[in-house]
Design a protein around this ligand. Sequence first.
Ligand SMILES: [Cu+2]
Length: 143
Amino acid sequence: MISFARMTCASLLAALACCGPAAAQTAAPAGAKVYIINLKDGDTVKSPFLVQFGLTGMGVAPAGVEKPDTGHHHVLIDTKLSAEEMKAPIATDDTHKHFGAGQTETMVTLPPGKHTLQLVLGDWSHVPLDPPLMSAVITVTVQ
Ligand SMILES: [Cu+2]
């Protein structure tokens, strides 16, 4: 019994040590999903084109509003998040777009050719959830 108690204590400490940085991430509710509603992999589109953001199991709230089980959408264009980027606020640039007002769709303007699109939900502070809520990556051809 004594060795069992020691082991439990050691595993607890190990768990706390290992998961320190991840504590900043908001837990994703079980079963929540993010998806692109109106486009699928392989579609051909004319720029500018509409991208509609689908979300089930959670709600949308503006950035800065800390409310349980909510977040806001981000669109990744021709990029993806590394394991490290998954744990930090999402960058803001031409390939990482934030919809911090709580938008659920956008018009995207892209040059002709193949482009990848992916949705990522971020919490009130733009950090992806844990586990991350991301759509499948789709490739569209812009005419
Ligand atoms: Cu954001």
